[in-house]
Design a protein around this ligand. Structure first.
Ligand code: KG4
Ligand code: ZN
Length: 359
C-alpha cells in the first residue's frame, strides 16, 4: 500500500477536525462523519443481511453490486444528517482491506473520487484497526497502550495496541474465526444468517454444558484454533440426528437448539476469555478492549467484565452498534492517521489481505 507521510502538519484551530469515513469491506455499506476521532456526528449503515440471508452467507458478487447501488445515497445521507457541507470535511478515510476485494473496491473508488473532488487527503484504513478504533468513540479518555480482543466474521486476534497506529499481534486463529464458527454452526442447525446474534438469542435459557466440546491449546502460543470446536459440535449434531432417525423422533427432542446454541456460545466465550486473560498476564496491559462483530455478544461481554474485575484492569467495550461493521470506526481510525499526516495518494488500491502488523 503506497502512502505518503507528511508528519507534523500543524493543526491549530478551534473547530473540530471532521473525517468522513467509508466502509464497504463485507455486507454493510456505511458512511459516517466523526469529529476529532472521538465524537460521531453521523453514521449511516445500510445492511445487506436480507440480500444474503437466503444463501446462508455473504455472496461476494451480490455484495459488490449492492454496494455500487447504495454507496452514493449512503454518503449523501451521512453528509446531510451531519448538517455540514463537504467543504467542512478535512479528510476521507476508507477501508482499503482486509475484506472482499470487489466490495472494498467500491468504497475505495468512491473515496478516491470524493477526495479528488473536494481536494482533501485520502486515508487508507485497515478494517481491524477500524474495529479497534470503535473504542475511541466509546471512551474519550482511552489512549494506547492497551490490549484488544478483535473477533469478527473473519478474524480472531489478540492485539497489543502500542500506539494509535502501532500494533503487535499477540495471538491469531490458526484456522476458523470466532464469528465464522457461530455462522457455520447456525447454518448447520438451520437457524439462518448471521449466526452470532441468532445463536446468542437461542442460547437464552439453554443448558450451556449440554455436551463436552474441546478447548484446544497450541503449544507455546496463545493462538486460537476453532476448527476442532466446530467439527466436534457438528459431530454431536449428526449423532443426535442419527439417533432421532432411529427412534422416529426429531433431532430437537434429543438435542434442542437452545442447548446446542448455549453450549457452543459458552465454549467460544470460555476460549476467548482464557486466552485474553493469559495475554493480559504476558503484556501486563492495564486496559483491555473488545472489538469486532462477536464483541456484540452479551455473554462474552459479561465473561470479560468478570475477568477484568478479577484481575483489576480497566475494560472498555464498544456500544453494540459499533461492534459490527460501520464507517464511524473507520473515520475514528482515519483521524489518527490524518493527525500524523499518513495519507494515501490516488493510486490507492484495495487489498483483500492486509495484516495489522504491516501498518
Ligand atoms: O465485524 P463484523 O460485523 O464483520 C466482519 O468484519 O467480519 O462481524 C461479523 C461477525 C459475524 O460472524 C456475526 O455472526 C458475528 O460477527 N456477530 C456475533 C454477534 N453479532 C455479530 N457473534 C456473536 N454474538 C453476537 N451478538
Ligand atoms: Zn468487521
Amino acid at each position: 500500500m503506497r502512502m505518503t507521510n507528511c508528519k507534523n502538519i500543524a493543526v491549530d484551530r478551534a473547530e473540530p477536525i471532521y473525517i468522513l469515513g467509508i466502509e464497504t469491506s463485507c455486507d454493510e455499506t456505511s458512511a459516517a462523519i466523526v469529529a476529532d476521532g472521538r465524537r460521531i456526528v453521523s453514521n449511516v449503515i445500510a445492511s445487506q443481511i436480507d440480500l444474503h440471508q437466503s444463501y446462508g452467507g455473504v455472496v461476494p458478487e451480490l455484495a459488490s453490486r449492492q454496494h455500487v447501488k447504495t454507496i452514493l445515497p449512503v454518503i449523501e445521507e451521512a453528509v446531510s444528517l451531519s448538517g455540514l457541507t463537504l467543504a467542512a470535511i478535512d479528510g476521507i478515510a476508507v477501508t482499503a482491506g482486509p475484506g472482499l476485494i470487489g466490495a472494498l473496491l467500491v468504497g475505495v473508488s468512491a473515496a478516491k473520487a470524493l477526495a479528488f473532488a473536494i481536494e482533501r487527503p485520502l486515508i487508507a484504513v485497515n478494517h481491524l484497526a477500524g474495529h479497534i478504533a470503535a473504542n475511541y468513540l466509546c471512551d474519550s479518555e482511552l489512549e494506547p497502550p492497551f490490549l484488544a480482543l478483535v473477533v469478527s466474521g473473519a478474524h480472531a486476534h489478540i492485539v497489543y495496541v502500542q500506539d494509535y497506529s502501532d500494533y503487535s499481534l499477540i495471538a491469531r486463529t490458526q484456522d476458523d474465526a470466532a464469528g465464522e464458527v457461530f455462522d457455520k454452526l447456525a447454518r448447520a442447525v438451520g437457524l439462518g444468517y448471521p449466526g452470532g446474534p441468532i445463536i446468542e438469542q437461542k442460547a437464552q435459557g439453554g443448558n450451556c454444558k449440554a455436551f463436552p466440546l474441546p478447548h484446544p491449546l497450541i503449544k507455546d502460543s496463545l493462538d486460537f484454533s476453532f476448527s476442532g470446536v466446530k467439527t466436534a459440535a457438528l459431530n454431536v449434531l449428526n449423532q443426535a440426528e442419527q439417533l432421532a432417525k432411529k427412534n422416529g423422533q426429531s433431532r430437537r427432542e434429543i438435542l434442542s437448539d437452545k442447548d446446542f446454541a448455549a453450549t457452543v456460545q459458552e465454549t467460544i466465550v470460555e476460549i476467548l476469555t482464557a486466552h485474553l486473560s493469559q495475554a493480559q498476564k504476558i503484556t501486563n496491559a492495564r486496559t483491555i478492549t473488545l472489538a469486532g462483530g462477536v464483541s456484540a455478544n452479551l455473554r462474552l461481554r459479561e465473561a470479560v467484565t468478570e475477568m477484568a474485575d478479577q484481575i483489576g484492569v480497566k475494560l472498555i467495550v464498544p456500544d453494540i452498534k459499533l461492534c459490527t461493521d460501520n464507517a464511524a470506526m473507520i473515520a475514528a481510525a482515519g483521524y489518527f492517521l490524518w493527525r500524523d499526516g499518513i495519507y494515501s495518494d490516488l493510486s490507492l488500491n484495495a487489498t483483500a489481505l492486509w495484516e495489522l502488523s504491516e501498518i
